[in-house]
Design a binder for this molecule. Sequence first.
Ligand SMILES: Cc1cc2nc3c(=O)[nH]c(=O)nc-3n(C[C@H](O)[C@H](O)[C@H](O)COP(=O)(O)OP(=O)(O)OC[C@H]3O[C@@H](n4cnc5c(N)ncnc54)[C@H](O)[C@@H]3O)c2cc1C
Length: 489
Amino acid sequence: MKHESDILIIGSGITGCAVARELSRYAASVTVLDRGSDIAEGATKANSGLVHAGYDAVPGTQKAYYNVRGASLYPVLCAELGVPFRQNGALVIALDDADVPTIQKLKARGEANGVQGLEILGRDALLAMEPSLNPQVVCGLYVPTGALVSPYEMAFALADDAALNGVSFYFNEEVTSVSRLPDGSFSVITGSSEYCCKVLVNCAGASGADLHNQLSNRKLQTVHRRGQYYLLDRAVKPPFEHTVFQCPSALGKGVLVTPTVHGNLLLGPNAEDIPDPLDTATTADGLSEVLRKAVLTWPALSVRSNITNFSGVRAHLTVDDFVIGPCDGVPGYFEAIGIESPGLSSAPAIGSELSVMIAGFMGLSRKEKTVPYPIPARPFHDMTDEERAAAVQSDSAYCQIICRCETVTEAEIRAAIRRPVGARSIDGVKRRTRAGMGRCQGGFCLPRVAAIIAEETGQSLQEITKNGGAGYLLAGSLDSFLKEASDHE
Ligand SMILES: Cc1cc2nc3c(=O)[nH]c(=O)nc-3n(C[C@H](O)[C@H](O)[C@H](O)COP(=O)(O)OP(=O)(O)OC[C@H]3O[C@@H](n4cnc5c(N)ncnc54)[C@H](O)[C@@H]3O)c2cc1C
């Protein structure tokens, strides 16, 4: 089967979704392909969820440029899209005298990058701010503009807005080859189809460099760098208000201790180079490294209320910077690859600037009208009693609590499935609503969520997966099992 569109984006992580939303404002047909079964199946679903202020990236790099601009766009964008965002501020701490020059260097870098309000604080000021900090702290960089966001909720909202404004999303479509045709257009081959487009945009995360190398003579190489985490129950109050980093190293920003935007506590990530970008396992060694380092920040560390561990994989290019923009020698091919940290922070700026480059190249005009984004209702968990009473009055499905740990109602699960790019799997519902994100990790609500997905989508229960692919929840029906058993007798 052959599909045609003006612009084709490979990858529906935060980068691809940000680009898609911006391009949906122009008069052009836009398609997004992803090998996953949902939005944000790559690095975007498993990271620290921080909007970095921009003090870490080396001045003059693409990372510095896009980080600072992206971070400045977050507050308004999150308000427009109803995505959870909280400016809690960050601290980078020096735990011995040898770290002090690094703290000074980070402040100078941040100022060169245009980050506002940076201040070096001494031990007393830091302990007054965060009494649970290691009392041996020497000094620290205070970063008031550091913030928390929900990375996948941001990607869902960007995708929904793009879809409402005409962008088509196709999942389970792994791009295996890309080529430029004699007329200057592109052919993109997936397992089942050929897609043709005038402009190709590579936002393919871990595969970004491989696809780039099929089109460009300048070959790029990726190092896949995994980071593992502990996530603690939000029933336990985080010991810190701020995100607390230790001094960064060549491998990354180091192990941090931070509240999440939803009020859990997150410890991690470590950094280990691995051959397979899809290997998101956690390991005993990786997790004990996280604990060994996190305890230096938080001496009273306790992971008794740990509810899950996870890992994400950074796509680090050996050129050690983001590669963003048109590609020399391949007119019509644009890319945003090597988008490791601070890629989440940078995404709004990458989306905005890359779309302007593409529109300029194609001579696109802006649409006269856009479809306004309907901000989803506040989570039932966060509503006041009055708001809950009104919600129940308006829709009786608010009366059914499906996830007890996170207080998620049937109404919210149905709404998540009905969104423009709606949930189709257990994990899709979980990331959109938090059903299954609590202490029991879905032990209670999973069958109920599966039944609602089946009802909403017209699928049988046997077709429902945990997260796409062959991850079916049920191995078969009891009837067919009993029939097979009796045939056997
Ligand atoms: C451990 C860790 C911690 C981090 N913490 C932060 C942080 O706190 N703040 C911050 O700013 N950044 C952070 N980052 C970086 C941030 O997560 C990434 O920069 C960002 O998510 C990259 O988004 P992306 O859309 O470019 O890539 P991805 O999210 O990986 O998306 C790429 C998409 O392309 C799809 N795809 C890949 N290959 C193909 C193919 N061949 N065909 C079709 N589809 C394909 C994938 O399925 C995926 O959906 C962290 C990263 C990690 C791993």
